[in-house]
Design a protein around this ligand. Structure first.
Ligand SMILES: [Zn+2]
Ligand SMILES: [Zn+2]
Ligand SMILES: [Zn+2]
Length: 783
């Protein structure tokens, strides 16, 4: 035991110090010098705390400055003294985000270079073993079943380490020292191939060979990975890809493609250095890339799309399969539409029956579904569109100035689409992985599991529950149930306020912001469907300063899937009944549905009022003939963005913005209406004049960026938040940012937290925690 005379120092080492045996090196040194404390990998290096006799602490720091393992590249060492805490020994802590020491569970890590080398080394005892991993790589969060993080509390507990593995596990100098996921052919999981009906077809190497044969022959194989099943199919065979589309009932939504290497990706896509960096990172997400026109994969992979989601192998099994196949494969989540990814082989057999021709499985259970993360690069940096494997469970730190106002832990249940849940405790928020659309029991089950996960990860019980304002969301009903059961307050947070707060929290912003929250739709404080909102917001409250000119959506929800309805609706607003169908091929007969839509608009029935920016995108995409009926969310907006990008590449900056005046009304002089009707008239004119539709699409984006700029100038608040699903659109985000920055504003866009409803829970949690702080004091229930 260390006495009161102990000195404790915190040492931060930046540079290339991970994956080079740095931690075992420090471990040996500390033990040699009789020091206690810990070392942990952080975001940009390693963090060490050592405690013991002052002289020994000084010697350790001296040694760190002068000698370190070969391969390590130390760029900076900073030392500060901290109060002694009386650790009993020196420990290597599992990798985690810097500053989140209590939460010692790392996201899943892509296979490291050392392990790939062993995988391909004939002399290595793990040669071609699909589950090799080490302290630098392998499954983490997807296999954890309890805390603290050790093997007994993972899904690897059933695999008892063999003598050779145990020796590595216990040797501080070894790369597998305390590698909880470690395994070898003697003691670890095994590979099995099932036929379509679940019958055993092959094992081990033969299972691999046969899998490749099936894929080469155009078959579909369900492959069990780190966080769930993928469906694999040859991406160079139109026939195979179409078969997958038909069987999965997914006619258009782009598929992600796994490539054997960066070089292979470069053959098909434009690749910036930052994109390559993401692809090869330990997070190894899907990165949305611009396709090259000259050489393209089969159309069926991403029909009509100028972009494509690409990824690299991130498990040893992927490496083995890809080195054998030497060709790109579609690797899409094994699930039914918008449900959580399937994790269990029996479940896979049931759910993917009729889709997969074979199942490549193993006996390491997956503790929780973990989809691939999706990242897209904007000019100002990355935007995470889907946050899951590789990124969760990293926490979001809240700024000091707001932590003071927070009372007790808050659980937030998110929205309806792309659901995630979040738990806020003290100065941090843990946002769950992407779970899916909450329209099925499977997603609801996953959401309940994620809520349990968050509680044991942070070791707290919520003293309030936050949800959306929408009374009919399944998430709202779940929140009502939980608040009732736990006997804690329920706080309903307006949808767009939550979006703005999520972006503020991600950037640690305090004070007032102008929040531009644009999305498909969210329940507004007046009970109508909002979606083109300008809010003056703090974490505590928001005020609606401006919104889009409202319009009616004939058919309600159906209008969200059929952009032509939105086009009818906006033309109705501008031209009335006569001009409603303008531009639709004049000679054709009126369709029954069109007559019905006009009748709905005329009589104002089944046509809820909305200010949705998402539907305005739909309307313009339909007017331009890009998409009349969408088979997946955001299809029309994506098409419009891609047209715009095409024009911006050819004639950047040449087109003027269409006018979208910001008017005030007599009855609400403090609230402005962004009137898009003059723009609709000009777009119709441009179409009549035969202006290229990509030019029109670009001008449309410019107009929205200009609208944002004018609104910011009028409001005069320096920080402007750009949030909501519409800001997945990088053309819009980039143009808006440029416009704002040129006028001296600070533009805040999402980075690690999705701008879409996948980020809502974070905003809900923060808003509720702050509002709760205003109410009576509620003591957190620890335990
Ligand atoms: Zn490794
Ligand atoms: Zn072993
Ligand atoms: Zn939303």
């Amino acid at each position: 035991m260390i006495t009161g005379l102990a000195t404790r120092a915190q040492v931060k080492i930046e540079g290339t110090v991970q994956g080079v045996g740095f931690r075992p090196f420090v471990f040996r040194l500390a033990r040699e010098l009789d020091l206690t404390g810990w070392i942990v990998n952080g975001a940009d290096g390693v963090m060490i705390e050592v405690e013991g006799a002052a002289e020994a602490v000084g010697r350790l720091i001296e040694r760190l400055r002068t000698s370190f393992p070969p391969g390590a590249k130390v760029e900076r060492i900073s030392v500060r003294s901290v109060p002694a805490v009386g650790d009993r020994e020196f420990m290597i802590q599992p990798s985690c985000e810097e500053g989140a020491k209590q939460l010692a569970i790392s996201p899943d890590l892509a296979t490291c270079a050392d392990c790939v080398m062993e995988l391909l080394d004939r002399t290595d005892r793990r040669f071609r073993y699909p589950w090799l991993s080490c302290t630098q790589c392998g499954p983490r969060f997807s296999m954890v079943t309890g805390v603290p993080y050790d093997r007994a509390d993972t899904t690897m507990s059933r695999f008892v380490l063999c003598e050779a593995c145990r020796a590595e596990y216990e040797a501080p100098e070894n790369r597998r020292f305390h590698a909880e996921s470690t395994a070898c052919p003697t003691c670890g999981p095994r590979l099995v191939l099932w036929g379509a009906g679940g019958q055993l077809s092959a094992e081990g190497e033969e299972a691999l060979e046969r899998t490749c044969r099936i894929i080469r022959a155009g078959g579909i194989v369900a492959v069990k990975g780190i966080g769930g099943f993928h469906l694999w199919v040859d991406a160079t065979s139109e026939e195979a890809v179409q078969r997958l589309r038909v069987r999965k009932r997914r006619p258009h939504k782009p598929f992600a493609v796994m490539f054997p290497s960066l070089e292979a990706i470069r053959m098909y896509c434009a690749l910036a250095p930052e994109e390559a960096e993401w692809l090869t990172s330990s997070e190894a997400p899907i990165v949305i890339l611009q396709r090259l026109k000259e050489i393209s994969l089969v159309q069926g992979v991403a029909p009509g799309s100028a972009t494509m989601g690409a990824m690299l192998p991130y498990t040893p099994l992927h490496h083995l399969l890809m080195s054998e196949l030497e060709a790109p494969v579609v690797a899409t989540s094994g699930n039914l539409c918008d449900e959580p990814i399937v994790t269990d082989e029996q479940e896979a057999r049931r759910q993917l029956a009729g889709i997969a021709d074979a199942f490549l499985i193993h006996d390491r259970p997956i503790a929780r579904p973990m989809d691939d993360s999706v990242v897209r690069m904007a000019k100002s940096g990355p935007i995470v569109l889907r946050r899951a494997r590789g990124l969760v469970p990293r926490t979001i730190r809240l700024p000091e100035s707001i932590v003071r106002h927070i009372q007790g832990p808050v659980l937030a249940v998110g929205g309806h689409l792309k659901n995630t849940v979040a738990l806020l405790d003290a100065d941090r928020v843990l946002l769950s992985q992407h779970l899916g659309d909450l329209s099925t029991l499977e997603t609801e089950y996953a959401v309940r599991q994620a809520i349990d996960d968050l509680q044991w990860l942070l070791q707290v019980k919520p003293c309030a529950v936050a949800c959306d304002l929408h009374p009919d969301y399944r998430s709202t009903r779940l929140a009502e149930e939980l608040a009732g059961r736990w006997d804690v307050p329920l706080i309903r947070v307006p949808h767009h306020h939550a979006h703005v707060a999520a972006c503020m929290a991600e950037h640690g912003v305090t004070g007032e912001v102008l929040g531009i929250a644009w999305d498909g739709s969210g329940y507004g404080t007046d009970g109508s469907l909002w979606g083109g909102e300008f809010l003056l917001a703090t974490y505590r409250e928001s005020e609606r300063l401006a919104h889009l000119h409202p319009f009616r959506l004939p058919g309600g929800k159906q209008a969200g899937r059929e952009p032509w309805r939105a086009a009818f609706a906006v033309r109705w607003e501008k031209f009335g009944a006569q001009g409603c169908r303008a531009g639709v091929e004049e000679r054709t007969e009126w369709k029954e549905q069109e007559k019905l839509v006009v009748a709905m608009l005329a009589r104002q029935i089944q046509s809820p009022v909305t200010t949705s920016m998402g539907r305005l995108f739909d309307a313009v995409a339909s007017m331009l003939g890009l998409c009349q009926v969408a088979s997946f969310e955001g299809q029309a907006a994506m098409a419009l963005e891609q047209e715009g990008i095409r024009a911006s590449a050819s004639v950047p900056g040449e087109d003027d913005a269409y006018p979208i005046p910001l008017d005030s009304r007599a009855e609400a002089p403090r609230q402005w209406i962004a009137d898009w009707r003059p723009m609709i008239k000009l777009i119709a004119d441009d179409l009549n004049r035969g202006i290229e539709r990509s030019r029109i699409a670009y001008r449309f984006h410019r107009s929205l960026a200009d609208l944002i700029g004018r609104a910011a100038e009028r409001v005069g608040v320096r920080q402007v938040v750009l949030t909501g699903g519409c800001f997945q659109n990088v053309l819009l985000a980039d143009l808006a940012r440029a416009r704002l920055e040129s006028a001296g504003f600070v533009a805040l866009t999402h980075r690690e937290i999705p701008p879409n409803d996948g980020g809502l829970a974070l905003g809900q949690a923060v808003v509720a925690a702050i509002q709760l702080g205003r109410r009576e004091r509620v003591s957190p229930l620890k335990g």
